[in-house]
Ligand binder design. Structure first.
Ligand SMILES: Nc1ncnc2c1ncn2[C@@H]1O[C@H](COP(=O)(O)OP(=O)(O)OP(=O)(O)O)[C@@H](O)[C@H]1O
Length: 459
């Protein structure tokens, strides 16, 4: 009995000793962790962990597989591998602050810094919780005078084999396409001597910078979005995938600015077609056919062309009257372009080859245009751009003077805008004159009051 009690007592004692040892060890570990956290910087700790991981991975079974993405698909034919280009653009977006070596530059036509993965750098990407490691290699080239060729090596755990081709690579390609669309340069083409001549669209207008009623802006943007989404519907109902907009209103109300905003929003090129430069229906057809998909064909001031006047007006030509003559400089040229030619184009008879086309006609005088041109289906949306309204004025105040929110002079300006008709162009011009926001608004009030007085004295 005595022996039993003694052994029980000693086993209790040994349990409590173990407990004490455990408690002491835990406390020591906590103190050590706190000391490490305090004394060793985070980056140094990550470095040690990564080195340790790399060291241990050598002794783990090698279950990693890799894909090689060459710059050129076929070494000799020289076909460029688009996937290589996609990876090259995609990877810099995945570089974190842990990089050790990066290629950085600023190209003349770009606003931002250009980053490129360097050969010595390994980029680790995470997608759907999986780790993908990328490395750039220079492929050995026996003939040293030939251009250098590169490849990317993608390494991942073999259990993700399927996901790589089904989801990860498509994700890289999709991101690349979106980046390309984002930085796409928009061109404007004008017709010269029977050819389209190209230049970069530098008009900075966007829907944000347009002084239009918020509802009108929303309606236009919704309509554009709907148009882009509906490829299948257009196909199903047998209509060419096109949309026509008529922009009408007094000069200086933002018709050209709206066209630029639409092009910048959709990333579509603009084809600016001067009807005076078109001499026949076949020339019109050729011009339109040469315009690329995803483009906006613009015919400005459509009312200035005799062909599109209502057929009841004395000077107009009927659409079956096929010829006329126009003065071009000193030369008189035979003109065979007709209204029916334009209508045929609008109806998509000639242009059914092109897709995602937008046609915009602008006019300062809607009433002067032949109704045939305005029929639904030809011009899907008629957009009236009018004199400046109070809500639209806020956009100009923000753009030109940096005034966000309210200002004590706004009420006075709103009252004046309700009474008089002034275009956004005229007000924008006034706001440009003075830098100080308060002084600029005061000058605008004086200007609008003058206009109001003139209107009253005239009436
Ligand atoms: N709605 C607007 N929003 C912002 N700025 C505008 C607007 N309307 C006009 N402007 C300003 O006035 C200038 C002239 O406008 P724009 O050329 O777009 O007018 P328009 O209606 O096309 O004129 P026109 O019929 O004479 O060609 C623009 O560069 C822009 O600075």
């Amino acid at each position: 009995m005595g022996l039993y009690t003694q052994s029980l007592f000693s086993s209790f004692r040994s349990a409590s000793t173990w407990f004490e040892v455990y408690a002491a060890f835990s406390t020591f570990m906590m103190l050590l962790r706190a000391a490490i956290n305090d004394l060793i910087p985070h980056q140094f700790r990550s470095f040690i962990v990564s080195k340790l991981e790399a060291f241990l991975s050598k002794y783990q079974p090698n279950n990693h597989v890799s894909l090689k993405i060459n710059q050129f698909w076929d070494k000799d034919a020289g076909d460029r591998n688009e996937l290589f280009d996609a990876v090259q653009d995609y990877l810099p977006t995945r570089i974190t602050h842990t990089y050790k070596s990066l290629k950085v530059g600023k190209l003349p036509f770009q606003k931002h810094l250009e980053l490129e993965v360097d050969e010595s750098e390994e980029v680790v990407d995470q997608f759907e919780g999986t780790k993908f490691t990328w490395k750039l290699h220079e492929d050995s080239n026996e003939e040293s005078n030939k251009q250098k060729k590169y490849s990317f090596e993608l390494t991942f755990n073999e259990k993700h084999r399927e996901g790589v081709l089904d989801r990860y690579i498509p994700h890289v390609l999709k991101t690349y396409e979106a980046m390309k669309a984002e930085r796409r340069i928009i061109n404007i083409y004008s017709r010269m001597d029977g050819y389209w001549s190209e230049s970069e669209l530098s008009h900075p207008a966007t829907f944000d910078s347009l002084a239009l009623s918020p509802q009108l802006k929303k309606d236009i943007m919704d309509d554009l979005d709907r148009f882009l989404r509906r490829k299948q519907l257009y196909k199903k109902v047998g209509k060419p995938w096109k949309r026509g907009y008529l922009l009408y209103g007094p000069p200086g109300t933002g018709k050209s600015s709206l066209i630029a905003a639409m092009a910048n929003y959709l990333k579509f090129d603009i084809y600016d077609l001067e009807l005076t430069s078109v001499y026949s229906n076949s020339d019109l057809m050729r011009s339109m056919k040469e315009a690329s998909n995803r483009s906006i064909v613009v015919i400005e001031d459509i009312d200035c062309n005799q062909e599109v006047h209502p057929r009841s007006t004395p000077n107009s030509l009927s659409d079956d009257q096929d010829s006329d003559s126009v003065n071009v400089g000193a030369k008189v040229q035979s003109k065979k372009f007709t209204l029916s030619g334009l209508l045929n184009y609008m109806d998509g008879l000639w242009s059914s080859g092109g897709e995602e086309r937008i046609i915009i006609l602008t006019t300062n005088h809607k009433e002067k245009i032949d109704p045939a041109l305005l029929r639904p289906g030809r011009m899907d949306m008629h957009i009236h751009l009018s004199f400046l309204e109070t809500k639209a004025f806020r956009v100009l105040a923000s753009n030109y003077l940096g005034i966000e929110g309210d200002h004590p002079l706004f009420q006075q300006i709103d009252d004046l805008l309700d009474k008089i008709q002034v275009t956004p162009a005229v007000v924008a011009e006034q706001l440009m004159r003075i830098e100080d926001p308060c002084a600029a608004l005061e000058a605008l009030v004086t200007f609008l009051k003058e206009m109001d007085k003139d209107c009253n004295s005239e009436s």
